[in-house]
Design a protein around this ligand. Structure first.
Ligand code: MG
Ligand code: ZN
Length: 381
């Protein structure tokens, strides 16, 4: 039973006095579990007053992808935050079936490509079909309509999920080639890790210089970022896990919206909570829930904007579930969760889709991941 009990973790999110209190994490034994003090439960964005006429079409679209975030990961975060979550306030929900063209269980490359291009492809493929032919992605399509395009991630910006919305590559592993695609892409604003794939390369070319040649202003800090075309590198590779990296994801989400929203023709923004997946691959409940809560706070930034704007569709979903996570116990008052895992890999289970804004009513039901792309393309102005 030791090996079984070692697969259980207990998480206590104790109500902290201020919202800026530090995390305290204590490694417990197998029976008492691990405990940590959450940095204060946060308020979610109330959306109940907002109504949109059916058939109204949005000018802006924000797609937020919690990599590896199934219903259990979301419910764990909901419990840790005392029974409140921004994504659970979104009025329309559906389920997305995530299999790829060659596998019952998708990876993030094929899963991202289904969302960005509306086509199922082979695991590992970035913005190309199963024969290797480049697909037109949503960034390319909407930039032709003069919309501004943005990407935000806590991983390298060249990692599979954001890459699927920008690049075309047979393999997700060719991150140096994917970086070059970013330079020549339609993206106006990108914020994430992965500086090394632009400057510390096998071909010795400095692609941050190329970014500048193509009109980008390049920054190291989100707060400094300004201009029409902006690249922010918050880290050489992936950013640190939350809370070590700080509030990068909510800040980047807000900054990207501020920069993109200057375009009267509207914008498309993809935001990824990249590391929920990594916490689940490690079967590490603390890691996974911290990342899911951080992602939900970023969702709060998008919903605050969308609520005020009234012309923005927000879609929150996942590319797949990771870990086969099951919640075997919990307590809303204590913010405590007990979880079990069935794998260290991805699973086939369908993932929730949450929608808010004009056109959100189209996202109810059970459908293929590619239908999310189709629905967005049908509704966006
Ligand atoms: Mg990802
Ligand atoms: Zn994964």
């Amino acid at each position: 039973m030791m090996s079984l009990s070692s697969r259980f973790l207990i998480l206590f999110g104790l109500l902290a006095i201020t919202s800026t209190a530090q995390y305290n994490y204590t490694k417990g034994d197998a029976d008492s579990g691990d405990t940590f003090t959450a940095p204060g439960k946060y308020k979610t964005v109330a959306l109940s007053d907002a109504t949109f006429k059916p058939g109204k079409r949005p000018m802006n679209v924000i797609v937020m992808i919690g990599d590896g975030m199934g219903a259990a990961q979301a419910y764990a975060a909901y419990t840790a935050n005392g029974g409140a979550l921004n994504m659970f306030n979104m009025p329309y929900t559906g389920f997305s079936c995530t299999q790829s063209s060659n596998n019952y269980i998708t990876d993030s490359a094929a899963g991202g490509t289904a969302l960005s291009c509306g086509v199922r492809t082979k695991n590992g493929a970035i913005g190309v079909d199963s024969t290797g032919k480049a697909l037109r992605n949503i960034s390319e399509i909407l930039s032709q309509r003069r919309k501004s395009i943005g990407m935000v991630a806590t991983s390298s910006i060249t990692h599979a999920t954001p890459a699927s919305f920008v690049a075309h590559a047979a393999s997700r592993n060719s991150e140096e080639d994917i970086a070059v695609d970013f330079v020549h892409s339609q993206v106006d604003v990108f914020i994430g890790g992965g500086r090394k794939f632009f400057i510390n390369r096998t071909d010795k070319i400095n692609y941050t210089d190329s970014l500048k040649t193509y009109g980008f202003s390049v920054f190291d800090h989100i707060a400094d970022a300004k201009g029409a075309k902006v690249a922010v590198f918050t880290s050489d590779e992936a950013n640190a896990q939350y809370p070590k990296r700080g509030e990068i994801l909510p800040e980047a989400t807000k900054k990207a919206i501020d920069l993109l929203n200057r375009n009267k023709k509207g914008f498309f923004l993809m935001v990824e909570g990249s590391q929920i997946d990594w916490g689940c691959h490690a079967n590490n409940l603390l890691f996974a829930v911290n990342e899911a809560l951080d992602f939900d706070r970023a969702i709060g930034k998008a919903l605050e904007f969308a609520k005020k704007d009234g012309n923005t569709l927000v879609i929150v979903t996942a590319d797949h579930e990771t870990g086969g996570m099951a919640l075997t116990g919990g307590n809303f008052g204590k913010g405590m969760i007990k979880a079990a895992w069935t794998t260290k890999d991805h699973t086939a289970i369908m993932v929730p889709v949450y929608a808010y804004g004009p056109g959100a009513e189209r996202f109810t039901g059970v459908y293929n991941n590619t239908a999310i792309f189709d629905k967005i393309m049908k509704v966006v102005k």
